[in-house]
Design a protein around this ligand. Structure first.
Ligand SMILES: [Zn+2]
Length: 192
């Protein structure tokens, strides 16, 4: 058994009352979560864990702190936010009553436990801000321009759509201008 989330517990196995505490700075080994936001591979994860020897096995409890990232569910803006979760689980000695987690070869592997706690805490409908107004239902453009002093450039994923909208507007109201403007420039080029 090895891996960043595997912790040796040989010194407290079958010694009820004994306890060890660890603080680990780890990297998330793979992307955690499948929704609009997830914890990307290699994201840093801080783990505070307490391992207590109890009669049935090793009780693991603690906190994990990491950062999820993804997009706002309303306006598709990139977002990233810290997340802190608590966990607690008994790692039973093998041979005892059935359990999802077991002490194996005098080690406990916290990865599944921590991953599940983190993934469950990820917002299902993440937003960049609580009152995010989202996208205009007609144009698909963010409706945040007026509200924000520092309006960000349009997301590249929407830029093509914006061009399409601008183009349409010109065709509807200023077609003549568009047709005439290139002509003088072309003449100037020929003269010089
Ligand atoms: Zn948003």
């Amino acid at each position: 058994m090895n891996g960043p989330f595997v912790i040796p517990v040989r010194d407290i196995v079958r010694r009820p009352g004994e306890m060890r505490e660890f603080r680990l700075d780890l990297r998330v080994p793979e992307k955690w979560g499948e929704g609009l936001v997830s914890v990307p591979e290699s994201e840093s994860l801080e783990l505070d864990v307490r391992l207590e020897s109890v009669h049935e096995g090793i009780l693991a409890s603690g906190e994990a702190h990491t950062t999820f990232s993804g997009v706002c569910g309303r306006c598709l803006r990139d977002i990233a936010e810290g997340v802190e979760v608590e966990f607690q689980e008994l790692f039973a000695y093998s041979g005892s009553e059935e359990t999802d987690f077991e002490v194996q070869d005098d080690h406990v592997d916290l990865e599944t436990l921590v991953r599940d706690a983190v993934v469950l805490s990820l917002p299902f409908q993440p937003v960049c801000q609580p009152d995010c107004p989202g996208l205009d239902p007609v144009t698909g453009v963010r409706r945040t321009a007026d509200a924000e002093p520092n309006a960000e450039p349009i997301d590249p994923r929407w830029a093509a759509l914006q061009d399409y909208i601008d183009h349409d507007t010109v065709n509807a109201s200023g077609q003549q201008d568009r047709a005439e403007n290139p002509a003088p420039r072309a003449e100037n080029t020929e003269k010089s």
